[in-house]
Design a protein around this ligand. Structure first.
Ligand code: HEC
Ligand code: HEC
Length: 379
């Protein structure tokens, strides 16, 4: 007996409903869906040339039986759900994306779920644009390339994004001052500014801006909690961001921003540069101040939701582990000070023998994604 009788019946009807939703009745918004898809991007690719990543690619998703992308290794739960009749349409996707483990118990998709109905509808409308099945029904024609994507690819020349210099290889460009090999050109001021975003512990390099704990709270719930957990405790194996104070001398210390990181500047720099994972550089400078303030709050470094972090008070915030980081100028480090040549050959008397593998030590998960212990945290 099918475990998904209503979903099976909902198959084609669901597509019709989806088309209705995206064309007229509801305000499902493809552009907003593309933005919301930022939260899926770390694990899923979609569009031309999309390949399987942590999760399967999501092209031709609408009308597809669950667990059937070639070359992707699904959980047994997902494969069985497909065999049991689960087909991806608006209704089943809504159920799954709102609560993945609720619809497919045992799925290895480590994602808490989209909470807002509007986000769900928008993401599904966005994904439908990569499904011929849905598009065909929408306008009676095969899928056309999205104008939006073309627009993005076109005028790369002036964009102040770090990606831009790639266009320097194009023969249409003026040869630059690097005359020797006639390769590349000088970076523009805007390109240098886009690269030059490091922040030093004393605050040098911080941009103008400000943000409060309360603002950071909202941004965090929206952009970060799906991986790092509501309180920084982490979902699955994503990194833990809060807690662990007092565990550094334990056998298995829990190293977080609050327990281990020496300088707040690293938090600002890291979040601005790399987060949210899969959608890096999407946050404004003020957003990053607010999120950094909220991470301080999650770690009890500040306790007031109204606390505002800004360029002005940034350097006055100290993290508790700073003093345990010391400058190593090599010469004063005992090993180097004694000037002993490091041993490079036959360092162990007798025959060298492998006693343990990283997998046995449980440092490397054997099958990434299947293991629910947080990376770097305490099991
Ligand atoms: C942390 C990584 C991760 C995130 C984030 C994530 N997914 Fe997944 N997703 C997976 C994995 C892994 C699977 C495979 C599940 C299985 O085999 O049980 C999966 C499966 C799926 C499937 C089923 C595909 C199929 O071929 O049957 C859909 C649909 C899906 N994800 C959509 C989404 C959408 C939309 C988002 C964002 C709102 C999202 N996922 C966010 C990892 C992720
Ligand atoms: C899709 C999952 C995902 C999302 C969403 C996400 N992160 Fe991360 N985050 C990661 C991963 C993975 C790492 C570790 C990356 C590495 O080590 O290369 C990380 C690392 C971090 C770290 C460093 C932790 C440490 O101790 O090393 C901070 C701080 C951080 N993220 C903050 C944020 C903030 C703030 C947001 C929201 C704006 C966010 N992350 C959104 C996956 C995510």
């Amino acid at each position: 007996m099918s475990r998904f009788p209503e979903l099976l019946l909902g198959g084609l009807g669901g597509i019709a409903a989806l088309l209705l939703a995206s064309s007229s009745v509801s305000a499902a918004d493809v552009a907003a869906g593309e933005k919301a898809f930022g939260r899926c991007k770390a694990c899923h690719a979609v569009g031309e040339g999309a390949s399987n990543r942590v999760g399967p690619h999501l092209n031709e998703l609408i009308g597809r039986e669950a667990g059937t992308v070639d070359g992707y290794s699904y959980s047994a739960a997902m494969t069985q759900a497909g065999e049991g009749g689960l087909v991806w349409d608006e209704a089943s996707l809504k159920g799954f994306l709102a609560n993945p483990k609720g619809l497919v118990k045992g799925t290895k998709m480590a994602f808490a779920g989209l909470k807002k109905d509007q986000d769900l509808e928008n993401v599904i409308a966005y994904l439908a644009t990569f499904s011929a099945e849905a598009e065909k029904k929408a306008d009676g024609e095969p899928k056309q390339e999205e104008p939006e994507k073309k627009a993005k690819a076109a005028p790369a020349g002036q964009a102040p994004e770090p990606a831009a210099p790639a266009s320097a290889a194009s023969p249409a460009q003026e040869p630059g001052a690097g005359a020797h090999f006639k390769l590349g050109r000088e970076a523009t001021e805007a390109e240098v500014a886009a690269w030059d975003i490091d922040v030093r512990p004393d605050g040098l390099g911080l941009p103008e801006g400000r943000g409060t704990v309360a603002q950071g709270h909202d941004l965090y719930d929206e952009n970060c909690a799906s991986c790092h957990g509501d309180f920084g405790e982490a979902i699955g194996r994503w990194p833990v961001l809060a807690g662990g104070q007092g565990t550094l001398t334990d056998e298995r210390p829990e190293k977080t921003v609050g327990s281990y990181w020496p300088y707040l500047s690293t938090v600002y720099d890291y979040v601005r540069r790399a987060m949210p994972f899969g959608n890096a550089r999407s946050l404004s400078d003020d957003d990053v101040y607010a999120l950094t303030a909220y991470i301080l709050y999650l770690n009890d470094v500040v306790d007031d939701e109204d606390f505002e972090l800004s360029k002005d008070n940034f350097a006055s915030i100290k993290l508790s582990n700073e003093d345990n980081f010391i400058d190593d100028d090599r010469d004063s480090e005992p090993h180097y000070a004694r000037d002993i040549e490091p041993c490079m050959t036959d360092c162990i008397p007798g025959k060298a023998e492998i006693k343990m593998h990283a997998a046995v030590l449980d440092v490397t998960p054997e099958n990434a994604g299947d293991d629910d212990a947080p990376a770097g945290g305490i099991d």
